[in-house]
Design a protein around this ligand. Structure first.
Ligand code: F6P
Length: 528
């Protein structure tokens, strides 16, 4: 038994869950006419309504006590001050420094990291402006109209999300495309539409050793050389990496290498030069507004009391469901087509960070950690998995997300779903709807058309779908994941679980290339 599950705060929550039984949302609302006023909150560019959660004031107080017991305040200080809290990799976790707009120094091993950050930001600004205004051109003198971003995981999902989210039609900057899959079709399908002399590749890889990225970068290089000759590489390929020497070995020019540092975790790297595609596609001001939004959320997280601290509240609710209701998943449903990539982004952020079953000291945990994060853009998904959300036998926690001022029809669905999931529809009401039917058929339809309700959701509203709000939203989830990692006593900043598959793939690649043998397993034989 871990010290966490034995702790006073944990046991108090378990006892509360047992005594409160199934809290009923309709009753909580009926008992307290001010619930919705009390359980809404603004932080920077974001608004959160968390009234539709299976919590009373007592539940929230007990969750805050758990968070305090796990010493969140001290850990938060360690995070922002650059302590090496990623102990298994002996690294600081300083992505917040990338969006620190305070002008203060930040010392890591006695050296201020801020001048290097500012220098890279400056380099990003001038590079993106030069490409956008056509003063920086390709090998044949043509403007660079298409940007192909090659990278995977944290070197892909963040810029992809933000570039898509900010897309306005008609487009002002160059077109941005993303290729990440090892499957050659991903890159080939993009290149088939492009002209080499107007194309710029950005190869993003912290390690510059990731199989997928190196394979795609190699294919991109061959495509360029075939069309324009070997000299073109220095004018058409850019690298973003913590290992510029590896990028230069591929022929990428030193001045086209953008650095970031080992204290920026891959899934938190969007704020670094990994965000270059954002500056290229939407302008440097958009990238800086993203940083401003993130910084605003950092300040909120650092200064707001726990009871009005948005990341802390969201983390607390997640812990309540995951550990005390055994709800296995979190569905993320943006009511904006431009945010369709958000669930995939949050999958890496949450599941790669907290998908752990060993604590910071190497002991197996006896409590649940990260939820399964899934979702998709509404209203499309209302016609796929919403049936399950409303009437399935499992319950998911749900984050519904919308931007103020969006298309009215979309907002109507956003409001309706949160309400419907909570209220449900009792059997009696469903029977009334079927009054014109025969009694037996009415009874059947009444049963089928009743909804259990009591399904919890958060409603998150962005001021508008702009870079600043998006920065705040992403930082909100980063801090939520951080708080949960602290409560669960796990290192949220390593990812050893992705290594095994990589190693085994190397062995299977050799086996696939070897001559067939009688001892080959049937699956291998079938695949050849
Ligand atoms: O999936 C594992 C991982 O290491 C992620 O954490 C990371 O974002 C991704 O691979 C890409 O790594 P790199 O930026 O080094 O190519």
């Amino acid at each position: 038994v871990s010290s966490l599950t034995e702790s006073a705060a944990w046991r108090a929550l378990a006892a509360h869950r047992a005594s409160a039984g199934g809290l009923a949302l309709n009753e909580l609302f009926a008992r307290d006419s001010r619930r919705v006023q009390r359980m809404t909150l603004e932080a920077g560019a974001l608004f959160l309504d968390y009234s539709r959660h299976l919590v009373s004031d007592e539940t929230l107080a007990l969750l805050r006590a758990l968070i305090a017991q796990q010493q969140l305040g001290a850990w938060r200080e360690r995070l922002f001050s650059g302590e090496r809290i990623n102990t298994s990799e002996d690294r600081a976790v300083l992505h917040t420094a990338l969006r620190d707009r305070s002008g203060n120094a930040l010392l890591l091993d006695g050296i201020d990291v801020m001048p290097d950050i500012r220098a890279t930001l400056y380099k990003m600004r001038s590079f993106s402006e030069a490409v956008r205004n056509g003063s920086l051109r390709g090998a044949t003198g043509q403007a660079l109209r298409d940007i192909v971003c090659i990278g995977i995981g944290g070197s892909d999902l963040g810029p992809r999300l933000v570039c898509e989210a900010l897309t306005k039609l008609p487009q002002s900057g160059p077109r941005v495309h993303f290729a990440s899959n090892l499957d050659r079709l991903d890159l080939a399908a993009t290149l088939a539409k492009l002209r080499a002399n107007e194309t710029l590749f950005i190869v993003s890889s912290k390690s510059f050793s990731t199989e997928e990225t190196l394979a795609n970068a190699g294919a991109a290089r061959t495509w360029l050389v075939d069309a324009l000759g070997p000299e073109a590489v220095t004018k058409h390929m850019v690298a973003v990496t913590a290992h510029p020497e590896a990028a230069q070995a591929l022929g990428i020019a030193d001045k086209y290498c953008f650095r970031f540092w080992d204290w920026v975790g891959g899934r938190f790297s969007l704020w670094s030069a990994v965000g270059l595609p954002i500056a290229l596609a939407h302008g440097r001001d958009a990238f800086e507004a993203l940083l401003d939004g993130g910084y605003e959320m950092d300040r909120h997280f650092q200064t707001a009391p726990w009871e009005s601290n948005m990341p802390v509240i969201m983390a607390a609710l997640g812990i309540w469901y995951r550990n005390f209701w055994t709800i296995p998943s979190l569905a993320v449903v943006p009511y904006a087509h431009a945010l369709a990539a958000l669930p995939a982004y949050l999958q890496q952020l949450d599941m790669e960070s907290n998908g752990k079953s060993v604590d910071r000291d190497g002991r197996a945990v006896d409590y649940a950690t990260a939820p399964l994060v899934w979702g998709g853009a509404a209203t499309v998904v209302q016609h796929s998995f919403f049936q399950w959300l409303h009437q399935g036998t499992d319950i998911a926690a749900i984050d519904l997300i919308a931007a103020a001022g969006s298309q009215r029809e979309l907002l109507a669905h956003f409001l309706a779903q949160g309400e419907g999931l909570m209220r449900g529809k009792a059997h009696a009401g469903a029977l009334r709807d079927t009054a014109s039917q025969t009694p037996e058929r009415g009874e059947l339809l009444g049963a089928l058309r009743s909804f259990p309700g009591n399904r919890p959701s958060s409603s998150i509203v962005l001021n508008q779908l702009d870079a600043r709000s998006l920065g705040a939203l992403i930082a909100l989830y980063e801090h939520k994941v951080f708080v949960q990692g602290i409560v669960w006593n796990i290192n949220s900043f390593d990812q050893w679980g992705v290594e095994l598959g990589k190693t085994l793939a190397g062995e299977w690649r050799t086996a696939l290339a070897a001559p067939p043998a009688d001892s080959d397993p049937p699956l291998l034989r079938r695949l050849r």
